[in-house]
Design a protein around this ligand. Structure first.
Ligand code: NAD
Ligand code: UFG
Length: 339
């Protein structure tokens, strides 16, 4: 069966394409390459032995998106990763985020409805919970006022999908990721942001390898044991595997609702300083960092209650923080060798 993976040359998308192909799915990717490279398609082929289809399309272009669906009437499901994702940048450029993330989703849903594609897995985020009152956070936690335009695009996108499935023959699974990090064990794919990374882990590895001078730790005055913010970091391959399970579930007719939502995390929170410590331990490198002010839009702490995903999907994250950091470091070193 053929799956459309939007944003498939991106970080989580590329790992998911590998898992889909290794589970027997045919994959076609759409990406506008605004935050990824087409060469990722070749690296996926090196891992799986099969080259996924690829079309460079900007999904905010309604005409081109609809045309794509008309040309590919044999698609069984869509995994929609394509979006801009930097929390801090979204505070600076809200309209860019609303336009890109919401118009692209609307166009994909319209294309699906027109061509009879019934299943969508959507990349949501734990940012929909804002700063939760109760930790670990369950899927039943209230959706609170967003702390950033990025988070707001995820909240609105979830609602767009819910209202659309009420009137169209479409089912959805919303996957609320916590913080994906690490890279494929082959070190052929990983996180490869264009320009200066916004996320913590690529910034750590780029600093350690000498591409960046120092890591700024955003805030040490949070109400946490060491004062730095806490997140639930999850290995990207564990995360990718959950997408295959979600697609299997929908195509196998096992969904229990028109729209289902699942937290994808490990259930464990780590502070920024703990992540740095893990990195220093597995890499043997000393990291140059300094504490600076908090970053606008950041919440203090969040980690997942994964009971529902564990029980209902039969999925559990397996890899620990050290393994995540080691794979991220191996990927950074592999990138240096390529040059
Ligand atoms: P990424 O930037 O590596 O991948 C996103 C891909 O989408 C990129 O290749 C980019 O070029 C493409 N894209 C963006 N806008 C597009 C458009 N208009 N048309 C076509 N392609 C477009 O990001 P990622 O980390 O792989 O994130 C994938 C998804 O998961 C995003 O929706 C993101 O919001 C969500 N998410 C990511 C994280 C995280 O920490 N990485 C956490 C929660 C949710
Ligand atoms: N951080 C630093 N220095 C940096 C970068 C990050 O101290 O240079 C800190 C942040 O302040 C935060 C933590 O590291 O406390 C994690 O920051 P990231 O930017 O890696 O991740 P976020 O939690 O801000 O956001 C990420 C993704 C979003 C996603 C969210 C929740 O970028 O797309 O996780 O899943 F929605």
């Amino acid at each position: 069966m053929k799956i459309l993976v939007t944003g498939g040359t991106g970080y989580i998308g590329s790992h998911t394409v590998v898992e889909l192909q290794q589970s027997g799915y045919e994959v076609i990717i759409i990406d506008n390459l605004s935050n990824s490279y087409e060469s990722v398609v070749d690296n996926i082929e090196k891992i799986t032995g099969t080259k996924p289809g690829f079309e460079k399309i900007d999904l905010t272009d309604a005409g081109k998106t609809i045309d794509f669906f008309k040309r590919h009437s044999d698609i069984s499901g869509v995994i929609h990763f394509a979006a801009l994702k930097a929390v801090g940048e979204s505070v600076e450029k809200p309209l860019l985020y609303y336009r890109n993330n919401l118009n692209s989703l609307i166009n994909v849903l319209e294309g699906m409805a027109l061509s009879g594609v019934e299943n969508i897995v959507f990349s949501s985020s734990c940012t929909v919970y804002g700063q939760p009152d109760v930790l670990p956070v369950t899927e039943k936690a209230p959706i609170k006022k967003a702390w950033s335009p990025y988070a707001n695009t995820k909240q609105i996108a979830e609602e767009i999908i819910e209202f659309t499935t009420n009137v169209k023959n479409i089912k959805g699974i919303l996957l609320r990721y916590f913080n994906p990090i690490g890279a494929h064990e082959s070190a052929l794919i990983g996180e490869l942001p264009i320009g200066i990374p916004n996320n913590l882990v690529p910034f750590i590895t780029q600093t350690a390898i000498g591409k960046r001078e120092l890591l700024r730790v955003f805030g040490d005055d949070y109400d946490t044991p060491d004062g730095t913010a806490i997140r639930d970091y999850i290995h990207v391959v564990d995360l990718a595997k959950a997408h295959v399970i979600a697609i299997d579930r929908m195509l196998g007719g096992k969904s229990k609702d028109k729209v289902e939502m699942f937290n994808l995390g490990t259930g464990n929170g780590f502070s920024v300083l703990e992540v740095i410590k893990s990195f220093e331990k597995v890499s043997g490198e000393k990291l140059n960092y300094k504490i600076v002010d908090r970053r606008p839009g950041d919440i203090e702490k969040v980690w997942a209650d994964t009971t529902f995903a564990n029980e209902e999907l039969g999925w559990k994250a397996e890899k620990g923080i050290d393994e995540m950091m080691l794979s991220a470091w191996n990927w950074e070193k592999a990138l240096q060798e390529i040059g």
